[in-house]
Design a protein around this ligand. Structure first.
Ligand SMILES: Cc1ncc(COP(=O)(O)O)c(C=O)c1O
Length: 371
């Protein structure tokens, strides 16, 4: 058995490097190596001293210590580094899903979150959060929906937070509901926290790591800091699960690149300073979009993201999302992802990670379009 094609990837591959205004990406515009070294103040002596031997397959010990500090009460032995969050997710689904397992998730969703469980034979229970995504505030998911997520995902409930593609980032009431439900839940809970460094209320968004003995969280620096090519991700969970995942990883990438690990450590140590500038650019783009979206032909509504880099916006009646995305790219060089790639017709995903100059130019060209 093989997974279906990864719908968003084809379009991303076609346009991510050529689009004059890239709003298709779920990360910020990537830095050059030189720019990263400058921002991190790394000398060539330090780089020259990196050994190219294989890292430990759990991940470099100092890096795991630094990652553990991001999670209250978590020890380094509860951390495993992986090649991208994609590898962490793949391993966890293989370990936590069996044929017939009940797996629930908030939908629409990043496709790997349900495609890989399906590949493992799981029964899928999507719980739509579109009603929350079209409210004025993107921080609230009702306790009914959370109850449904935990009831349906008897074996595994997946919580992606901040959420891709809607930009939902949970408030205190939603977090309380998750905590309460998790106490009654007998199965596993997976928190995909890929955008945890980009919450617009807090320095780090809330984490589900350590919530109960069967909770596991994944994380990454790649999209939040504009270093997608470093491919570093991780998982945080109970030691017994981390040990099984470490053993599984021996059959996949086995270890991650020591150069990427070194740079990730430096990024984490300087994350507050780096984030300030990134947030300022993102918020400037989000505000510009907020004050202009009513002039963009085709959009029905817009709710700014509470966290992460993207929002999911509904289109006016009968507009086909793929045709709309093609039209935008062709006539004003603005690249957005159609809702169809998230198996949700009638919406588009808009990313805010473009540089402010290119973002404004793109939005201004979009405003001038006639459908
Ligand atoms: C919610 C979510 N989880 C996981 C991933 C995969 O991350 P990575 O590129 O680190 O493998 C992504 C990438 O966009 C994502 O949006």
């Amino acid at each position: 058995m093989e997974p279906r094609e990864f719908y968003i990837e084809d379009r991303l591959e076609r346009y991510r490097t050529t689009a004059p205004c890239n709003l298709g990406e779920s990360g910020i515009r990537n830095l050059t190596y030189g720019e990263l070294l400058r921002r991190l103040e790394i000398s060539s002596e330090e780089l020259n001293a990196i050994s190219l031997e294989d890292s430990p397959n759990r991940g470099d010990a100092v890096l795991r210590e630094e990652i553990a500090k991001l999670y209250p009460g978590i020890r380094p032995e509860e951390v495993l580094t992986t090649t991208g969050t994609g590898e962490a997710l793949y391993i966890l689904f293989q370990l936590l899903c069996d044929r017939g397992s009940s797996v629930s998730y908030f939908s629409p969703a990043f496709q790997a979150l349900y495609e890989i469980p399906k590949l493992c034979g799981a029964r899928l229970f999507p719980v739509s959060v579109l009603s929350s995504a079209s409210r004025r505030e993107t921080s609230f998911v009702s306790s009914d929906l959370i109850g449904e997520l935990f009831r349906a995902g008897k074996d595994l409930a997946i919580v992606n937070h901040p959420h891709n593609p809607t930009g939902l980032s949970f408030d205190g009431e939603t977090v309380r509901a998750i905590r309460e439900e998790s106490l009654r839940h007998e199965g596993w809970i997976l928190f995909d926290e890929h955008y945890r460094f980009l919450d617009y209320q807090n320095e780090l968004s809330w984490t589900g790591a350590g919530l109960n003995p069967k909770s596991v969280a994944t994380g990454s620096i790649t999209k939040c800091f504009g270093v997608m090519g470093l491919r570093i991700g991780w998982m945080v969970g109970p030691v017994s699960l981390i040990e099984r995942a470490r053993s599984f990883k021996d059959y996949l990438t086995h270890t991650v690149s020591p150069i990427s690990e070194f740079l990730t450590l430096k990024i984490l140590r300087k994350r507050k300073e780096l984030s300030e500038r990134i947030r300022a650019d993102l918020l400037s783009n989000i505000r510009y979009f907020e004050s202009n979206w009513k002039k963009l032909p085709g959009l029905k509504e817009f709710v700014p993201p509470g966290g992460g880099v993207v929002s999911f916006a509904p289109l006016k009646k009968d507009i086909d999302s793929s045709e709309y995305a093609d039209f935008l790219m062709k006539h004003c060089g603005v690249f957005v992802l159609p809702g169809r790639d998230f198996e949700t017709e009638g919406w588009v995903r808009i990313g805010f990670g473009e540089t402010p100059e290119r973002f404004r130019e793109g939005i201004d060209r979009w405003k001038d379009l006639r459908l």
